[in-house]
Design a protein around this ligand. Sequence first.
Ligand SMILES: [Zn+2]
Length: 410
Amino acid sequence: MATVERARQSDLRERNLAAVLALVADRTAGAGGDPAPSRAGLAAATGMARGTVSALVDALLAGRLLEEVPPPPRTGAGRPAHGLRLSGRRVAALGVELGASHAVACVRDLTGAVRAREAVPTIDRTGPPAQVLAASAELAGRVLADARAQGLDVVGGAWALPGLVDTGAGTLRLAPNLGWRDVDVLALLGEHPALQGLPLAVDNEAALAALAELWHPGEPDDAAGGRRGASFVLVTGEVGIGSGVVLGGRPLRGERGWSGELGHVTVDPSGPRCGCGASGCLEAYAGQEALLARAGLAGGAADDLRRAAEGEDPAALAALDDAGAALGTALAAAVNLLDVDAVVLGGSCAPLAPWLAPPLQRELAARVLRARLLEVPVRVSATGADAAVMGAAALVLQGVLDAPAPLLGA
Ligand SMILES: [Zn+2]
């Protein structure tokens, strides 16, 4: 009986710690109200007793998940209270992205600030999965060492992968652009010495990019229009094209987490062959390789295309106009189906937005029924081309916010 009671109390404490931390995180993100709430403010917002909140805050301060902000200068009677905010001094998370022609790793602290980052411009994705993953693990090892030298405690890492990911099993089920099928990513990464002892996760890169767009504590809410009510479809482009949908502030993942395969939405049934085996998929027009080939830059990099467009090269401009229109055709279907507020361009689409957005906007205006009443805005991701890797780290940090107790001892 006593054991059951103790377990119940420990559950309650864990939930209350998470509630207090979430409230401070929301305020840190600028979601209205006092940007650095006091203990009294937290007690009022949670409905918990002042003493209970104080004990929880003390534990979170001792664990360096929170820190105190000096009170404002005294203006009248009474002693101004210290405010509280997330601390960037201890907990951090690793994110890694395997891009089309590059790999990126970063470490973000609990406030969301990027504390270490490295990109390697070329990673040979044609090699066997074990070799490609080992190269990404080495990159991760260097970024981890940088973060640890700053005194950060990296509590986990996540890999952003293209294609259909089984997050529970830690496997990549199918990625036509990598030529991978049923690869046990977590088992392969777990063998690498640089990652020993680090809890790891995998998820789809576009879903993580959408999470990054949603998750930016420590920065005021900007064009996202507030996290809680955010509603958008975010497009990420590499070799493939993926998308992540957020409705009412929550990611919409589908039954198995396999939604968002915008790249395989048909733009023209009689169009060119796609890597998936079908024809006329969006990827065959707006995927990076297709775009470069159409621009006469086959084998080049995303930067080559941007430079060609800046130089007003006619083939590059025509390829980008076609790609933007194809994106618009596919995204019009998504907006007609889902009624999201906005379209966001991330990944390699972000630097190309000046050329992709006008034809995209034109197609949305012509094809979305609601556009007769309400425009569908197109904007660039707040995290730019790094959306997926930022989202991978955010996935781990969200886990800390949801369950901080294991980091605090008894
Ligand atoms: Zn396809």
